[in-house]
Design a protein around this ligand. Structure first.
Ligand code: FAD
Length: 372
C-alpha cells in the first residue's frame, strides 16, 4: 500500500493528452474548472502524432458538417494565438475530380457548401492545372474549400496542455487512468484523484464500440511550392466510407517546412503498427498516378497510426451510459484534429450545464448504432 495516495480537489480528470484530451483540458480549465491531465506517454504521441493535420469541413452527414464547420471556425479564431511550431497553414483544400462523374459530385458538394455559407469554388480543368501544376494533365476539375487549413498536431496538443496548465490544470505524466467513477479516478500507481468527473480521451482505448483503423503516411524532403493546397482525390470518400475493405487514396499536404505529407490508407482488423510494405507502395502508386513527379521526390520517413472509428462515423462525446460522472471524447476516426476544438466546447458545455452552439445529441455515446 506504500504507493497509494489520494489527491483531493479536482473537478475533472482528463485521461489522455492527445489532441482531443488536451483541447478538452484547456476548454475546461478556461471555463474555471480545476483539471487534472493524465498521460502515460508523450503529449500528442498517439494517433495525434500520426495524423495529417488537415482541418477539414466535411459533408458526409448533417451532423458531421455541423461538428466540422463549428470546429473549423474555432480553429480560425484561435489561429492568431497559435505558436509557430503548430505550423498553422491556411492553404485551402482541393478535392480533385478525375472524370465527369466525379465532377457531378463536385457540383453537388458546391451547392451544399455554398448554401451553408462555406467559402467554396468550382475549378474546371484549366483552373485546376493552374492551381496545382504538378497534378497529371487531363483531370476534370476540383472543388476548392478555401477555409480548410493544416496544422502540426502534436505541437497543437502540447500548446493546449501548456495553456491548460497556465490556467491551473495539473499534469500527471507517465501515469494511466485504470478506472473511473463519479467522484474519483484511479491511476496505475495506486493514486486516487478525487474528481466529480472523468473524461476518457484515450483514443482507441476509450470505448468498446470503437474500432482501430490503421493508416499509413510518408513525409518527404523539402520541395517548397510543389503543392499549394491540401489535395485529396474525390475517391477518398469511397475509401473513407468503406467499413471493411482495405483502401488507399491520393492525399498530399504541403507543410510549412516545404515538405510534402503523402497519404493515405485505411485498414481494419490489424493491430500491428509495423509499416505494411504492400499498403505503403499501393498508397504511393496512387499518389504518383495523380502526381507523376512525386516519383522523383526523396522520402524521409514513413509511419502508421490508428484512427478510432465508430459504427456511424460520428464521435462519442458525452456521458458513458450507466457510468455517471464518466464521459467519453473519442471515436473521431480521420477527423479528430479537425473536430478537437468543437469536441472540447460540447463537453465543457455539458459538464457546466451550458447550451451549445450545435446540438449535442448526435454524438451522445448512448445513441443507437442499430442502423449504422
Ligand atoms: C494516418 C492518419 C491520418 C490522419 N489525418 C487526419 C487529418 O488530416 N485531419 C484530422 O482531423 N484527423 C486526422 N487523423 C485522425 C486524428 O489523428 C485522430 O482522430 C486524433 O489524433 C485522435 O486524437 P485523440 O486525442 O482522440 O487520440 P490520441 O492522439 O490517440 O490520444 C489518446 C491518448 O490517450 C493516452 N492514453 C491511452 N490510455 C490511457 C489511459 N488509460 N490513461 C490515460 N491516458 C491514456 C494515449 O497515450 C494517447 O496519448 C488521422 C489519423 C491517422 C492515423
Amino acid at each position: 500500500m506504500g504507493n497509494v495516495s489520494s489527491v483531493p480537489g479536482f473537478d475533472v480528470v482528463v485521461a489522455g493528452a492527445g489532441i482531443v484530451g488536451s483541447a478538452c483540458a484547456l476548454e475546461l480549465a478556461r471555463s474555471g474548472l480545476k483539471v487534472a491531465i493524465v498521460e502515460p506517454g508523450e503529449i500528442g504521441g498517439g494517433a495525434t502524432a500520426a495524423g495529417m493535420g488537415h482541418l477539414a469541413v466535411m459533408d458526409d452527414s448533417p451532423e458531421q458538417f455541423a461538428l466540422t464547420s463549428y470546429s473549423q471556425a474555432l480553429w480560425k479564431d484561435l489561429a492568431p494565438q497559435l505558436p509557430r511550431d503548430v505550423e498553422y497553414l491556411p492553404c485551402g483544400a482541393l478535392w480533385v475530380a478525375a472524370d465527369e462523374m466525379e465532377m457531378a459530385e463536385v457540383h453537388r458538394k458546391y451547392s451544399f457548401y455554398q448554401a451553408r455559407g462555406i467559402a467554396v469554388e468550382v475549378l474546371d480543368q484549366r483552373a485546376l492545372a493552374e492551381a496545382e501544376p504538378n497534378l497529371r494533365p487531363g483531370l476534370a476539375g476540383g472543388l476548392l474549400l478555401k477555409d480548410d487549413s493544416v496544422v502540426y498536431p502534436p505541437c497543437a496538443a502540447r500548446y493546449f496542455v501548456a495553456e491548460a496548465r497556465r490556467r491551473g490544470a495539473e499534469f500527471f505524466p507517465g501515469k494511466r487512468v485504470v478506472s473511473a467513477r463519479h467522484g474519483a479516478a484511479q491511476l496505475d500507481d495506486g493514486t486516487t484523484l478525487a474528481a466529480a468527473h472523468t473524461v476518457l480521451a484515450t483514443g482507441t482505448a476509450a470505448a468498446a464500440n470503437v474500432q482501430a483503423r490503421k493508416g499509413h503516411l510518408l513525409i518527404t524532403d523539402r520541395y517548397p511550392g510543389f503543392v499549394n493546397h491540401q489535395l485529396i482525390e474525390l475517391g477518398y470518400l469511397k475509401s473513407a466510407h468503406s467499413l471493411q475493405t482495405d483502401s488507399v487514396a491520393f492525399n498530399v499536404q504541403p507543410r510549412q517546412t516545404g515538405q510534402l505529407l503523402i497519404g493515405s490508407s485505411r485498414q481494419y482488423g490489424i493491430e500491428d503498427p509495423a509499416i505494411d510494405a504492400f499498403m505503403m507502395s499501393k498508397m504511393l502508386r496512387r499518389a504518383v498516378e495523380y502526381m507523376p513527379r512525386l516519383s522523383g521526390v526523396s522520402a524521409i520517413r514513413g509511419w502508421t497510426g490508428f484512427r478510432a472509428a465508430t459504427p456511424d462515423k460520428l464521435p462519442l462525446i458525452g456521458e458513458c451510459p450507466g457510468s455517471k460522472g464518466v464521459y467519453l471524447a473519442t471515436g473521431h476516426e480521420g477527423l479528430g484534429i479537425s473536430t478537437s476544438l468543437a469536441t472540447a466546447k460540447l463537453l465543457a458545455d455539458l459538464l457546466l450545464g451550458r447550451p451549445s452552439a450545435i446540438p449535442r445529441e448526435p454524438y451522445a455515446p448512448g445513441r443507437s448504432f442499430a442502423h449504422a
